[in-house]
Design a protein around this ligand. Structure first.
Ligand SMILES: [Zn+2]
Ligand SMILES: [Zn+2]
Length: 256
């Protein structure tokens, strides 16, 4: 069993129920489509499993998961175009397909909306109100068309695996990674462990066509005038009230 098969099953069951004049049936259809959306987001995350941290993998909320995924892989919610030409004649295109991927925008537009159909609704006087079946049918119908496009995309699950840039965090040891964005020469990357404050300056070396990382730290000295031991502090630790203990004289330094 894989996510796409589960998603396809959800869509088939929902489509068999639509359209309907029954509120109960529409709720079941919405439930199936919500699970379908979840499966497609989890499948996307699964494609990028090698660069997601253990913390990220515990995230089940689709909107948070895709937000995190896009921090690491800015193109993860966009389809890849695959073109193949004949070896004899480069103008003889034998394949030209673009992957249809569910975007973050589409997810946020639909996920909460259909989630709202699963709850009992009431008006300002706390009286129960019925679902507007005409509008719900329309919304679910539109979503079904979109999900059908994604599930039946001519190409799927293409990830530039070989190009993923990863290294171990110098502070906590967690795997940090990103999908290289060669259009910018420098960007900042936070450690994927939410409890770790390390961050890195990532620079693109255009000559050797490779990415380099440098811990984002600042230099300081111990506040003890008789010590003045040089220390380096992670940029994200520089917050009013944070402390560090000098390794030489043992003084507890407070960042002011
Ligand atoms: Zn770390
Ligand atoms: Zn000191």
């Amino acid at each position: 069993m894989n996510y796409r098969d589960v998603a396809r099953g959800c869509l088939i069951r929902a489509s068999a129920m639509l359209p309907s004049n029954s509120e109960e049936i529409l709720r079941y259809a919405a439930l199936e489509l919500r699970q379908c959306l979840e499966c497609l987001i989890y499948e996307r995350a699964w494609c990028y499993k090698s660069v997601l941290s253990n913390d990220d993998l515990k995230e089940w909320q689709p909107s948070r998961l895709i937000k995190r995924l896009l921090e690491i892989a800015p193109y993860a919610d966009k389809g890849v175009r695959l073109t193949m030409a004949s070896t004899e004649d480069e103008n003889d295109i034998i394949m030209d397909e673009t992957e249809r991927v569910l975007s973050r925008k589409e997810l946020s537009k639909h996920y909460h909306k259909i989630g709202s159909y699963l709850h009992a609704s009431f008006n300002n006087d706390l009286e129960p109100i019925a679902l507007n079946t005409t509008s719900v049918n329309k919304t679910l119908e539109r979503l079904s068309i979109l999900l059908d496009e994604v599930i039946n995309s001519p190409i799927a699950k293409l990830v530039p695996k070989a190009g993923l840039f990863t290294f171990d965090c110098k502070k906590c040891g967690e795997r940090v990674g990103c999908e290289p964005d060669y259009t910018v020469s420098e960007f900042n990357l936070h450690c994927s462990n939410s409890k770790c404050s390390a961050s890195y300056e990532i620079t693109f070396d255009a000559v050797n066509h490779q990415l380099n990382y440098r811990p984002d730290k600042v230099s300081a000295t111990c506040a003890n005038k008789d010590c003045l031991n040089p220390v380096s502090i992670w940029q994200r630790d520089i917050k009013h009230g944070n402390t560090f203990t000098c390794g030489k004289c043992g003084l507890l330094n407070i960042i002011g």
